[in-house]
Design a protein around this ligand. Structure first.
Ligand code: FES
Length: 153
């Protein structure tokens, strides 16, 4: 039975990346992180699911450490975040928005974060430009490692 006071669930135009984070990567309700962080992640996930127009998006995310390969990284395109693990246990996060013309970087390979649009490459440890045409580094994001999770934001 429904009442006029009931509010339908918020629509969630999730992209595949958002689904990926929701289902496999974001730790929901984990004991190691506070409810506010998880709430912020869930809020951010919902709020970021609409396409951004190349702008860096703020928000907090909680990601399983195991989702990020050592010596590599992962791009969360829907959230405009790229997370790397240059060496075991050392995590870095950057805006995934290329500083050249705002494309979303596509991959982390061979020590660089690569933009598919015009070929810019950024150092996976520092975010600095390794190959242009970009001439500014990727914007770093704060990373906090707690137990098996990484909080970014
Ligand atoms: S937008 Fe990334 S290289 Fe041009």
């Amino acid at each position: 039975m429904s009442t006029p006071d009931q509010v339908p669930p918020a629509s969630h135009p999730a992209s595949s990346d958002c689904e990926e984070i929701d289902r496999r990567t974001v730790i929901r309700g984990a004991g190691v992180v506070g409810a506010s962080v998880v709430g912020a992640a869930a809020l951010a996930a919902g709020g970021l699911s609409s396409p951004a127009s190349g702008a860096a998006v703020s928000g907090r995310y909680v990601i399983k450490k195991s989702a990020i390969p050592v010596g590599g990284g992962k791009v969360f395109a829907a959230h405009k975040v790229v997370v790397t693990q240059p060496t075991a246990g050392k995590f870095k996060a950057f805006s995934a928005v290329c500083t050249h013309q705002g494309c979303t970087v596509a991959r982390v390979a061979h020590g660089t974060i690569d933009c598919p649009c015009h070929g810019s490459k950024f150092d996976m440890t520092t975010g600095r430009v390794k190959a242009g045409p970009a001439n500014s580094p990727l914007h770093a994001k704060a990373v906090k490692v707690t137990g098996g999770s990484i909080t970014i934001g």
